[in-house]
Design a binder for this molecule. Structure first.
Ligand code: C5P
Length: 400
């Protein structure tokens, strides 16, 4: 998601984690967000105004009674010209001041004067975090509608272990994005996504399968849901948690996957990321196949599975508005992908190279080529989550 045109007022308070504010500013600027920083006295013990200024490309405010700062922008205006006020890291002290309504420095005065949403990212020693005073302060802030991210659990700078670490900057960025999100572009749309492998039984205990992990399909389902779509995820057997806010239909075989997809229609969007077995047993047995000492191994007679993508992409009144297929290839990627797009009737094909050397099959990264009637787009190698996020935005744009 882009934060272009949005303005964040970032208050950096004291704590060893203040250095992470620098990375947060960098991420915010990268997504197009304007950032104005306020640095408390405690914060200035850990990071310098100059670092914040260099990264935010904006004057840094440090002192309530600075005549220069006051003449440039009154503190009340400072908090009102932002879309969101973020306190990261938020020390036990600033949280206590916020809860009590104190206003004895620029940061606490701004927090008392603001009419904007406030997000706090606490960071402190585990005992300070678990102290009843901090617990009570957090309850007060939550009741007033202050949003909270973290803290995380882990090893602390003070050689202790527990809750109190500042959330990582990408997680804080995601929380900021969620708070600043406008109307979701896929609200009111239904997306059907297939994911994972299929298992085709040979007998009651054996089956034909493949190495698909379902990571890419599940990430796409989550990304589409994140943009507001109602998502039905038809998934083969995978070792992944269900994505939040998605309806998951679990199947095993290609025939079950086709039936589940047809039952989920109508859909505005259909993304077929599953690695469906091309063949199943012509005659799967009800009883376990027995080996006989010295006997010949059985010949497995196979029969083709239905092509789910081609079936759902076929022209007709129930066809989803945008049908996206995948092409996992080990050679002649572009040629096979373009051919597959036409043969199966998909609008787009997402082609990827599954040569074992690429580490893509089962890995966390993917490098794709988006094949459409307009041509082929080569995307950089990205985390599967990032491929999904980018693809979801492209899908939303295409449906505008
Ligand atoms: O023909 P191939 O398996 O390479 O095609 C890949 C694309 O077709 C993927 O989008 C996959 O989900 C879909 N597919 C399908 N049903 C099949 C085989 C593939 O939906 N039986």
């Amino acid at each position: 998601m882009t934060l272009a045109g949005k303005r964040v007022l970032l208050i950096v308070t004291g704590g060893i984690a203040a250095f992470k504010a620098l990375e947060l500013i960098r991420l915010l600027r990268k997504s197009g967000c304007a950032v104005t920083c306020v640095l408390t006295k405690g914060g200035a013990q850990f990071v310098t105004p100059l670092s914040l200024q260099a990264l935010s490309e904006h004057h840094v405010y440090t002192d309530l009674f600075s005549l220069t700062d006051e003449s440039e922008m009154g503190h009340i205006q400072l908090s009102r010209s932002a879309d969101l006020v973020v306190v990261a890291p938020a020390s036990a002290d600033i949280l206590a001041k916020m809860a009590a309504g104190l206003a004895d420095d620029l940061a606490s005065t701004l927090l008392l004067a603001t009419d904007k949403r406030v997000l706090v990212a606490p960071a402190m020693n585990v005992r300070m975090w678990s102290h009843p005073a901090t617990t009570a302060n957090m309850a007060t802030l939550a009741a007033r509608g202050v949003a909270v991210i973290g803290p995380d659990e882990g090893a602390m700078a003070c050689n202790e272990f527990g809750a109190g670490r500042l959330s990582e900057p990408p997680a804080i960025l995601a929380a900021i994005e969620a708070l600043l999100a406008g109307p979701k572009p896929l609200a009111g749309r239904h997306a059907l996504v297939t994911s994972g492998p299929t298992h085709e039984p040979i007998d009651p205990v054996r089956y034909i399968a493949n190495r698909s992990s379902g990571k890419q399909g599940h990430a796409i389902a989550a990304a589409l849901a994140g943009l507001g779509a109602r998502v039905t995820l038809v998934s083969g057997p995978v070792a992944l948690p269900d994505p939040a806010g998605v309806t998951v239909v679990r199947i095993e075989t290609a025939a079950q996957m086709l039936a589940a997809c047809q039952a989920a229609l109508p859909a505005d969007i259909a993304v077929f990321a599953a690695a469906v077995a091309d063949w199943r047993m012509a005659h799967a047995t009800d009883r376990k196949m027995k080996k006989t000492p010295g006997g010949a191994p059985p010949a497995l007679e196979l029969t083709p599975n239905p092509d789910i993508l081609a079936t759902i992409a076929a022209p007709g009144p129930g066809r989803p508005g945008l049908v996206v297929g995948f092409a996992a290839e080990t050679h002649d990627l572009r040629h096979h992908a373009e051919d597959k797009r036409r043969r199966k009737g998909a609008d787009w094909i997402i082609a990827n190279d599954v040569n074992p050397a690429t580490g893509i099959m089962g890995g966390t990264e993917n490098q794709i080529h988006l094949v459409s009637a307009a041509g082929i787009e080569d995307w950089p190698r990205l985390a599967k989550d990032d491929v999904a996020a980018r693809l979801a935005i492209r899908i939303a744009d295409a449906l505008q």
